[in-house]
Design a protein. Sequence first.
Lengths: 438, 406
Amino acid sequence: MFRYYLKLSILSIRANPALSALMVAAIAIGIGAFMTIVTVRHVMSDNPVAHKNDVLYHVRLDNWNPNEPYDEPNEPPEQVTYLDSTALHEAGRAFRQTISFKSDRVVQPEGEDAKPFQQEIRATTADFFAMFDVPFQYGSPWDTAADRSEERVVVLSSEMNQRLFGSEDSVGRMITMNKELYRVVGVLADWMPIPKVYDLNNNPYEKPEGIFAPFSLAVSGEWGSSGNNSCWKPTGGGYEAYLASECIWIQMWVELRSASEKGAYMQFLDDYVEEQKTLGRFPRELNNRLDTPAEWMVYQEVVDDMVNVLLSLAALFLVVCLLNTVGLLLAKVMRRTNDISLRRALGASRSALFSQYIIEAGMIGVTGGLAGIGMTWLGLRGIENVFSGYDFITYLVSMDWTMVLVAVALAIVSALGAALYPTWRACSVSPATTLRIQ
Amino acid sequence: MDIGPIWRAMLKNKAGFVLIALQIAVTMTIMVNAFAIMQERANNTARASGLDEANTFALVSASFAEFDREEQMTLIDEDLALIRGLPGVKSAVATNSYPLRQGGWSMALQLVPGNQTADSVGSAIYFVDEHGVDTFASNIIDGKNFTPNQVAWSAEDDDTWPAHAIITEALGKDLFADEQGSYVGKTFYINDNDPVNVVGVIEKLQAPWPSWSGVEKSMLVPQRRPWDFQRYVVRAEPGYRDALMPQIEELLSNSNNDRIIRDMIIMEDVRENAYLDDTALIKILSFIVGTLVVITGLGIVGLASFNVSRRTRQIGIRRALGATKPAIVRYFMVENFLVSSIGLVVGGILSVALNIAMVEAFSLEPLAWYVIPLAMVALWTVGQAAVAGPARRASNITPAIATRSS
């Protein structure tokens, strides 16, 4: 019977090629537009450390201006001062802890013709790599001893290793930055956390830095921060004064393995701030925060509002496309009222008619859904095209199998949903009424 | 005229018309809200930066050898002398940033000394020498430019702020909101306690962040900073820019090997980068609205065609009873007009509701009132155009069809 209905459906679809094509196209375009935005949003809001979301915490302390909060309503600053970050890191009270900032140096490759180039660097501490599950291709991170001894070591990204050493195992080799030599201790495997969760204060959608160097080394070399920096009171001149200032420019994360560890660390932070208050710092009320990566991503609004606006408009767009299909299916049914009456009079049951029309709608839905995958792909290429000024856009417009499956499921569900009312109308045609007029 | 019978006929096939009215309503909702966003973005991108954008470009010199302070100052002086000496260069300056660059320095200003408060006014800071005004193409509307002896290098271990500044009119308006008369000669405080005297007011110079609500507030500070990272902004005579760029890059690269020259960029590209999001959004939304109108239009064509073929016999009967061709066309046009009107009234309400929700959730600008009637007229036109074809076909049905059995 199913095959017979299938045949009937194909006949019916073929009887009105233009309208059937319009229905398929409407579903495909609606699904395509919606899934394009859903896919981009899915990639943008992904949590690259979801598996560690219950153990990683971003640290905030409120050392801000007594007259006004850093951000309404009473939010502490997004970053930490040098004074506090180094004191907390030195105390080592968490299972793991890392403090870091973004900087840049000029790398001078070996060889006569090689041109020096400016390179973004992350000044960080040994635990960084373990905390964010950074994969290594060669070598390993520096150890915590190197954090203290200002050892002249670096870890390279795989891309940087490719550029400087042609992808060889470069552990033990030297690189020159600003005319000073550094020894390579490790090379990362490909690593692209999207968004760049460990530093959401700056652009969350950019590649990780190409070179990682010890925090203490960077500070002793007086490297400046190339990331976000805010001060609420005068700092005095010079690097020393800057380190001693209330300016915030360092990102701090801790790893706490249980609720009790978290509680203890919170207590430790509170005690630390109370102690600093006696020294005349921290003029505001106690306001320390530990945020999980997911919470921190929401706070930092990694997904631009515009994506959400587009998402709601695309959802409405899909609604229009579906209304369009419902209307056309209904018109089609109404036009065949005579057929239906005749078939009912000849003994076709309601469920038989129902199956037949739902199969017809299902076929339109499946075709629309499959075409919708193609439309989504086109939509993503369109997004890539209009944002071609961003190097990083390629990473945000990739489609994965989950999204393809969601698209097909959405197409079938919406097409069947769209078919329900027209089908119900078809089945409720009584056998006699229309025949009587003829 | 014949609205009554048309209306009653429509009531007999409610579902179909309700669907099309709903479709028109939602189409209008999307159209109106997309248009409101597009308009806001288009207004943003159209704002002038204040620069002579067509003739200006910027570059970075980053020193990587151990330059001491004196050496770095000499290098900057030599670079500027080199650039300014070239034929075709109108003006050049070493500064920390420029409009539309999306990165820069801001400070809180206030009328009384002390820690910044909620009343402090934020302003972008551009460190310049006496060539800053000309390079940024700033029109001094009050007071005057810095004199060369007001410009100084920053001191090594002292962050006291220079005592003079040139401010934009927008900054003066915000900072001295309650005061009368010229801003020139007035004093404000920066860096908490350092007094600054306004020597000049310029008409327009945007801050480096185009999305900042205070984008028109900026000030020129007569201080030079011997950082190993310098941004040079060059304003060329008309027609010289493209030739000057490679020339300057080569001259500077060759003059000193312990630095790199990079990020050379024309202001048109800076502007494009700064408004990339806005232009992309405008393109995406226009595409959505365009496709939507086509789909809705085709949907109306499809439904009308169905209706015409379903009613072939009735139309034939009407023709046989003396209805003229224009009367048949008019029937379908009026029918579409009625459905559209219902849809557009509902759409108007939905549009405003969605706009209120979006303004609330995403702090967008509220919609301009005239967008609603504009969208209504547009969609009425689309509806009438879409129904015209099927209506004409209906009018071509011969009266004789009434005599045939279906």
